[in-house]
Every structure is written in structure tokens, then in C-alpha cells.
Ligand binder design. Structure first.
Ligand code: PFF
Length: 450
């Protein structure tokens, strides 16, 4: 009773955009982007980031959709189907599925902090507390044993619940509701943050580039952030691409998804930096920015209780729709390659993710000793996926598109059989064949030389 059924597809264009934007827009935009931008000079980082999104990110997103839609399969099946004669290429498929799985494990840990923050908002924990107390409280809750695991279990459960329902009745339906809610909440918060005294310093930090700050570290961080934020290099968009109908225009879809992803990251920056500057918090403050600075912002505001609560609900929503796409990578692989039912595949993969996410969470406890390669399990998973698996996955994917599959097949998929995007095809193909592999390889290897 598994794969013999007709393959499910997204039911509408808006549904595809909501689902793919749901995948792209996540903790990476609202929590990670401000952190990375803060650590890399703000405006200078933003310029490099925008360049990478336009020159590499969007073409690669189209590339992943091409592989998925052409093959109509999960990432492992897709590489096999498109290169039936080649032994090595399907390994990329396994690698991206593994990468999706590992990312989901540490993503779940961060998602559990968002649920903890919703809980704290509900009980009005932040009210009247100063920054040091809020920070201490954040560290204390990471060190707790049971509650973080409970939140992780809740997060995995709500993700598995949607995934078990399938594509149009699960992922698409929920993304169509959740994404507009997310955008509305963001815009309200943006306006609030910009009205703070001293907010213009924060805006300046984000938008006024200091070109002398651009160095190879900024380039590497921007590439890693763009990949992570646009959900590239780990099979999510190959999988979603396989549910896109032949009539839909994957190029305009990618443009819309890529640009909205970037727009939302910038909105998050507009919320966080003015607030940080207004309270005298360093923009390099890392996780503290979203989890501790913002409650301070809300503390000072009329209606702060309410805004704090909706902000953390926003983070949960963003994390949830992204987790769906990561879980779907693993579930589609298990249903199609291992012939499991969707229900079983969802249960097995969720349990697997839960186990690793427990290790990731516990590794953050003071003195836990849970380390890999000298990092906590949590940081190790982040590093292995973002520095190695994701970039390598991206590199091999563009090499596959440019050098392994037939040019004609790429063109056919890109232009919907010669009916759309004919002019853009050449440019995108050139980028995928030459520019992207060289750029990714240079940036990827240079990170090991630093
Ligand atoms: N793009 C998501 C974010 O910005 O939070 C994270 C993510 C989702 C990465 C799905 C990779 C992926 F396949």
C-alpha cells in the first residue's frame, strides 16, 4: 500500500509558494540571520548576502526544483533516476537526506527554546526583569532536564502530525494558513521596534555598509547563511520540487520564494538591531539577541505582554514550517526507497530525530562532556552540516545539473517544454554549470584554510 498510488502534488501555485517559503523562512531568518549579520559587520554582510542570494541562491533553488520535478522522486530516487548508469551520483542523494535529518535534530533543539519562550511569555515571566536576569533564566532553562525535552517532543509531534497528513492536506494547507500570519506579526513588530528611542543606530548598523569589513570570513558566513536560509543543499527543495506540477513556473516560484526569504530576514534585522541598540546590547550578542533582547524590548512597550507572546509564537511558526520540509525529505525517502507506509516513515524518522535532538540538547548542559570533534553535539551538528554537508551537497548538486544530466533535459524542465523562461535559461544554465561550482568550491575550501 505504498508507492503504487499516484504521486501527490501541491494543489495550487500559491500553495507551492507558501510551502517552499515556509521551508525557507525559519529560525534561519529570524534568529540566525541577525546573529550572523551582527557578527560580520551588519551592512557589509547584508550586501554580500544579497549578492549571493541573487547570483547563486536563486539559480540553485531552480536547479533543485529541476531535479525534483524532472524525476518526480525523493532525493535518493531522484539522483538514481536521472543518472541511471552512474554508480556514484546517487550517493549525493543519501548525503542530502542525512544532512536534512541531522539539521532537523539541532533545529529541534532551537525550536524547543522558542516553545520555552512562549511558555515564559504566557506566565508573564519577563515582566519587570532586567537583561542579566533574563539571560540567566535562559541559561538555566537550557540546563533543565525535563522541560526542554518536553518542548522538543511537542515540536516533533506537531511536525509529524502535519507530515502524516500528506502534501496537499498537510504541508500545503498548514503553510497557507501559517505563512500570512507570520508576515503580519513581523510587520507589526517592525513598526514597533523602529519607534524606539535610538532605533536609528540599529537601522544604520544594518543598512550602512562598511566595505572595509568584507573579507573571506564574511563571504563564507554569507554563503553558509544563504544556503541555510534558502533551504539549499539538503534535498528539501528537490523533494518539494517533485510535488510541483508540470504546468507551474519554477523560475518565478524560486524568485518569489528567494526574495521573500531575504525580505523576511531583513525584517527580522529591522526588529532586532534597533531594539538591541536602543538597550545598549552588542549586535554580536548571538542567540541572546532574539531570545533575551527582544523580551526587553517588549518590557518597555505598551501591550508588551501581547507582543512578546506573538513574537515567540511567530518563531514557533517559522520553525514549524521549516521542520516540515526537513522531515518530508526523510519521510519521502523512507516511503519511496524503503517502501514504508507514510505513517510508519513519519514515526520512525520522528523518533530518530528526537533521539539525536536529546543528545544535542543535553550537550549544552554545563559540563555535560557530550562532544564530537571537540564541539558540543549541538555545535558539532551545526558545523558538520553547514560547513561540510550542506555546501558539499550544493556543490555536487550543481555539478550534477551542469555536467551530468543532459542540457536538453535541464532546458525542458526550466522552460516547461519550451513555453516559458526561454531567455533566462542560458543565463541560469551558465551560472549552474560554471559560476556556482567555482564559487562554492572556492568559498568552501577557503574556510578550511582559515
Ligand atoms: N531554511 C530554514 C531556515 O531558514 O530556518 C532552515 C532549513 C529548512 C534548512 C529546510 C534546510 C532545509 F532543508
Amino acid at each position: 500500500m505504498t508507492e503504487k498510488k499516484k504521486r501527490e502534488h501541491f494543489g495550487s501555485k500559491i500553495g507551492i509558494i507558501a510551502a517552499a517559503a515556509g521551508s525557507a523562512v525559519g529560525l534561519g531568518n529570524i534568529y540566525r540571520f541577525p546573529c550572523v549579520a551582527g557578527e560580520n559587520g551588519g551592512g557589509a554582510f547584508l550586501i554580500v548576502y544579497l549578492g549571493i542570494v541573487l547570483a547563486l541562491g536563486i539559480p540553485m533553488m531552480v536547479g533543485e526544483f529541476v531535479i525534483g520535478r524532472r524525476s518526480q522522486k525523493n532525493p535518493v530516487g531522484a539522483f538514481k533516476a536521472l543518472a541511471p548508469d552512474a554508480k556514484g551520483w546517487p550517493l549525493i542523494g543519501y548525503m542530502v537526506v542525512l544532512c536534512g535529518f541531522l539539521i532537523l535534530a539541532f533545529y529541534t533543539t532551537v525550536a524547543s527554546w522558542t516553545l520555552e519562550s512562549v511558555y515564559k511569555s504566557v506566565i508573564n515571566y519577563y515582566h519587570g526583569k532586567d537583561l542579566a536576569t533574563i539571560e540567566q533564566g535562559f541559561n538555566d532553562s537550557i540546563n533543565l532536564t525535563v522541560r526542554p525535552l518536553l518542548w522538543q517532543a511537542v515540536f516533533i509531534f506537531i511536525s509529524a502530525f502535519v507530515i502524516a497528513k500528506g502534501i496537499s492536506k498537510g504541508i500545503e494547507k498548514y503553510s497557507k494558513i501559517l505563512m500570512p500570519v507570520l508576515v503580519i506579526i513581523l510587520i507589526v513588530l517592525c513598526v514597533k521596534s523602529l519607534m524606539l528611542p535610538g532605533a536609528s543606530e540599529g537601522a544604520k548598523f544594518l543598512f550602512k555598509p562598511d566595505f572595509s569589513k568584507i573579507d573571506s570570513k564574511v563571504l563564507i558566513s554569507a554563503l553558509g547563511q544563504a544556503f541555510f536560509s534558502m533551504s539549499l543543499g539538503m534535498g528539501a527543495l528537490i523533494t518539494y520540487g517533485s510535488y510541483v506540477s508540470r504546468k507551474d513556473n519554477i523560475v518565478t516560484t524560486s524568485l518569489m520564494v528567494g526574495l521573500s526569504d531575504t525580505f523576511i530576514a531583513i525584517l527580522a534585522g529591522i526588529i532586532i538591531f534597533p531594539a538591541a541598540f536602543s538597550f545598549g546590547i552588542q549586535p554580536e550578542a548571538g542567540p541572546s539577541l532574539a531570545f533575551n533582547t527582544l523580551p526587553m524590548l517588549f518590557n518597555q512597550m505598551k501591550g508588551g505582554y501581547f507582543f512578546c507572546l506573538i513574537f515567540f509564537i511567530l518563531l514557533v511558526i517559522a520553525a514549524w514550517t521549516s521542520a516540515l520540509s526537513l522531515l518530508e525529505v526523510v519521510v519521502s525517502y523512507m516511503t519511496e526507497e524503503l517502501n514504508l507506509s507514510r505513517r510508519k516513515a513519519t514515526i520512525y524518522s520522528s523518533v530518530g530525530v528526537f533521539i539525536i535532538s536529546i543528545l544535542a540538547a543535553m550537550s549544552l548542559h554545563d559540563g555535560s562532556g557530550l562532544t564530537i570533534f571537540g564541539f558540543t553535539v549541538f555545535d558539532g551538528l551545526d558545523k558538520i552540516t553547514s560547513m561540510v554537508l550542506m555546501t558539499l551537497g550544493g556543490l555536487l548538486t550543481v555539478l550534477f545539473l551542469g555536467w551530468k544530466i543532459k542540457k536538453q533535459d535541464f532546458e525542458d524542465e526550466f522552460t516547461n517544454g519550451g513555453t516559458v523562461n526561454k531567455r533566462l535559461n542560458k543565463i541560469f544554465y551558465f551560472i549552474i554549470k560554471y559560476l556556482a561550482p567555482v564559487a562554492i568550491a572556492v568559498i568552501m575550501f577557503s574556510q578550511f584554510l582559515m
